[in-house]
Design a protein around this ligand. Sequence first.
Ligand SMILES: *Cc1c(COP(=O)(O)O)cnc(C)c1O
Length: 432
Amino acid sequence: MTPSALLDLDRRHVWHPYAPMPGLDEPLLVESAAGVRLTLAQPVRGHRELIDGMSSWWAAIHGYRHPVLDRAAADQLGRMSHVMFGGLTHEPGVRLAKRLVDMTPEGLEHVFLADSGSVSVEVAVKMCLQYWRSRGRHRKTRLLTWRGGYHGDTWHPMSVCDPEGGMHHLWSGTLPGQVFAPAPPSGFDAEPDAAYVSELRGLVRRHAEELAAVIVEPVVQGAGGMRFHSPAYLRVLREACDEHDVLLVLDEIATGFGRTGTLFAAGHADVTPDVLCVGKALTGGYLTMAATLCSTRVAEGISRGELPVLAHGPTFMANPLAAAVADASIGLLLEQDWAGEVRRLERGLSEGLEPARTVPGVRDVRVLGAIGVVQLDRPVDLVAASQAAIREGVWLRPFRDTVYTMPPYVTPDEDVARVSAAVCAAVAASVG
Ligand SMILES: *Cc1c(COP(=O)(O)O)cnc(C)c1O
């Protein structure tokens, strides 16, 4: 089919994320991708190749068509793409579970392999609610989170997304009502705010009787606004949860696998949650898969309860193809100096985004690990900003009031510089 025929059909029949039907902006037609470059079916603003500044939403940490991951997928394809996980098991699923147990914070021993990040959060919530139910604490069914978060688009995850970003007013009465703390004060390096800490503790204490769990994204709030906060607040939450019999769930779907400079963002605070969600970069961006890990206390609590099973089992649970690629992707990550590569990107982004600091209309420039964010004092002009980045030969997808990038770890220095220049150009196009 010709590019224009495809785009015409796309417009008529295909939903895109967070879009009306038909869509507002015409998507770019991608023909293939390799390394850190997307190849378009036809040139746009003089470019057929774009450097990917988004890692396909945090996922493609090793870039595209990595030979090791391609081979893992092809080898597994030669054995089986999928078998059901009820009553059957397989080496890719077992190996991946063991790897996740080994690399995540101490104490997380049991792994539920789910098929997307949102589902892994659903499973985490079900684990927590069922744990308390099994212990006879039937009132403990609510969740506490802080504003500015994002945990996915299915129903329970939506209930803990930022009320404004998650459009809770649209769903009032239908979404479960959760307990919200104010957003954590900004700044990775900022001293913890004493008033905020006592407010957080007070909320956990006051609601302890009805709280099953606290769920937050550690250190970096992603799709809720790309905000960074002090790891100290995670220690506060851990203590408050321990003190008041509440479980702690960390959602590391965006932050996992090295993105913030530690293997998991919980590592900045040396905190072990009771339940941990990972996804996005889990398969190196190849296939959809996520995982929910829990402690032995949670697993035993559930398994000795009135319904002594975790009643969840997606059709494609532990999909062997995805599991084999995930295992290879984690192997690839751990056998290289991933921390050095992330630090290299951190330096490149810090340097490259510096000029944006003095641009009128820019509120903040922040970099942590391989994440670079320029926040404006107004909403980004999505079309103008994306077009400006494309003119620089870079793919970015700004949202709300931020132009941001989280490039693949393999991005060479000269491409990091081009991505940074594109962020600055996108910013200029938005405020100009
Ligand atoms: C992306 C994301 C999710 C949802 O994952 P999906 O795979 O899109 O369902 C949940 N939590 C966080 C922190 C995320 O970044």
